[in-house]
Design a protein around this ligand. Structure first.
Ligand SMILES: [Zn+2]
Length: 378
C-alpha cells in the first residue's frame, strides 16, 4: 500500500497509517481551533486519535479471531474513514465468518462497557449519544462513539460486519452463494433507504449509500463466479476455437482478423505453439492511432498474460484473472502449447448456463478469496 506509514507490528500484522489520515488530523485541529482556540483544537485531535485507537482494536478483534481459524492478516491500514484489515482469505464456513465478523463490534461494546464502568456512571445512553455536547467528558464521548461504531457496523449490509453476520446466518440454511445474494439484496435495499434519507438530510449519507450499494453488488458477483468455478477445471470453461496471430504479424493483419471474426482478444503464438502475448481490441486501436498499421504486433501486445494448465482448477484460474486484472488467460497443454483461452466473457456465459441448470454445489471450508475486511466508511 503506497502512501502509508508503517507504525508497528502486532501479532504478525503490520499496522499502517495512510497519509490522508494525517491530513485529516490537521483538518480536525483547524476546525476545532476555529471554534474554540488552541485548547479545543488539541482536545479534538486527542478525541480523534483515541477514537481511531478503538477502530484499530476493532480491527484486531477480527484479526485475532481470524487467526484462530488459521487465516492470517498481513496488514491493517487506518484511513480517515476507518480501518481496513487485509485478511488472506475469508472463510466460507458460516460459523467462522460469523465469529470473525462479530468480533469487531463486540470489541467496541466491550470498550464502551469498560469506559462506563470506569466513569462510574449508570450510563444514560441518551446523554452518551450527544457527541457534540461539550459538557460531556472526553471518555464519555468515547464510550458513546464506541456504541455508535458497534451499531453502525452491525447494519446488515456489505461490506459492514452486519452484512457478513447476516450472510453467515443465512448460509446455514441456503448455502454460501444464495446467502450472499440474499444478504446483498438486503444491503442494497438498506443502501437505497439510506440514500433517500441522505437526500433529505446529510449528503454524506448519500455517499455512504452509493458505496454500500456498489460493495454489495461486487460481493454478490464474486460469490457467484466462485460458485461456478468450484469443482470445475479450466478445460471445462476454455474457448478452443479461436484465431491466433504469428509473431511477424502487423497491426494491419490483426485488424483484418478482428473484422473477420467475433474475437476481441488475439493471442500471438510462435512456431512452437507457445503464447508470446495477447493483443486486445483496445490495444489494437490504440496502436493503429499511435504507431500506424505497419507496427509489429510483438511491440504493441501485452506480454504479461499468464498461462494456466488445462487441468488446473477453474477456481485458481478465476483468481488469477481477477487478481491480475486481465481480461484473458492462456491455457496450455503439458508441453506448454496454447490450446485454449479463458476470458471474462466466456466465464460469464458459463455462469448463465450453470445458473439455468444448477448442479449440486460442493460445500466446504475452502477459502472464498482474499479481501479487505471492513471497507466501510464510519
Ligand atoms: Zn469490522
Amino acid at each position: 500500500m503506497p502512501w502509508s506509514l508503517v507504525v508497528g507490528k502486532v501479532a504478525g500484522t503490520q499496522i499502517r497509517i495512510h497519509f490522508t489520515f494525517f491530513l485529516f488530523l490537521i483538518w480536525i485541529w483547524a476546525a476545532y481551533y476555529k471554534q474554540g482556540g488552541t485548547e479545543a483544537a488539541w482536545q479534538g485531535v486527542a478525541f480523534v486519535v483515541l477514537l481511531f485507537a478503538c477502530v484499530l482494536l476493532h480491527e484486531f478483534g477480527h484479526i485475532l479471531v481470524a487467526r484462530r481459524f488459521g487465516v492470517k492478516a498481513p496488514d491493517v491500514t487506518l484511513w480517515p474513514f476507518g480501518g481496513i484489515a487485509n485478511l488472506d482469505q475469508i472463510p466460507e464456513k458460516p460459523s467462522q465468518e460469523f465469529f470473525i465478523a462479530i468480533a469487531g463490534p463486540l470489541v467496541n461494546v466491550a470498550i464502551a462497557a469498560v469506559l462506563m464502568l470506569y466513569l462510574g456512571s449508570t450510563a444514560d445512553p441518551a446523554a452518551l449519544m450527544q457527541l457534540d455536547e461539550s459538557k460531556t467528558g472526553l471518555l464519555a464521548k468515547l464510550a458513546g462513539a464506541n456504541l455508535f461504531l458497534a451499531l453502525f457496523n452491525m447494519l446488515p449490509a456489505f461490506p459492514m460486519d452486519g452484512g457478513r453476520v447476516l450472510r453467515a446466518l443465512l448460509a446455514l440454511k441456503f448455502g454460501f452463494a444464495r446467502a450472499t445474494q440474499l444478504a446483498a439484496s438486503v444491503g442494497q435495499g438498506l443502501a437505497v433507504m439510506l440514500g433517500i434519507l441522505g437526500l433529505f438530510g446529510n449528503p454524506m449519507l448519500v455517499v455512504i449509500a452509493i458505496f454500500v450499494f456498489l460493495a454489495a453488488s461486487g460481493e454478490a458477483g464474486h460469490a457467484q463466479l466462485r460458485q461456478v468455478a468450484r469443482g470445475a477445471i479450466v478445460a471445462d470453461a476454455m474457448i478452443t476455437k479461436f484465431e491466433t496471430l504469428p509473431p511477424q504479424a502487423s497491426v494491419a493483419d490483426a485488424m483484418e482478423t478482428l473484422i473477420r471474426t467475433t474475437q476481441t482478444e488475439f493471442p500471438i503464438v510462435d512456431g512452437g505453439g507457445k503464447l508470446r502475448g495477447v493483443l486486445t481490441r483496445d490495444a489494437m486501436i490504440r496502436a493503429l492511432r499511435e504507431r500506424g498499421p505497419d507496427a509489429p504486433v510483438l511491440e504493441v501486445m501485452d506480454t504479461e498474460v499468464p498461462t494456466v494448465p488445462a487441468r488446473a482448477s477453474l477456481e485458481v484460474a478465476v483468481k488469477a484473472l481477477t487478481e491480475q486484472g486481465k481480461s484473458v488467460l492462456g491455457v496450455a497443454d503439458t508441453a506448454g502449447r496454447l490450446i485454449g483461452l479463458l476470458t471474462v466473457e466466456n466465464l460469464g456465459e458459463m455462469m448463465m448456463l450453470r445458473a439455468a441448470r444448477p448442479r449440486p454445489g460442493t460445500s466446504g471450508t475452502k477459502s472464498s478469496g482474499s479481501g479487505p475486511w471492513d471497507s466501510a466508511p464510519r
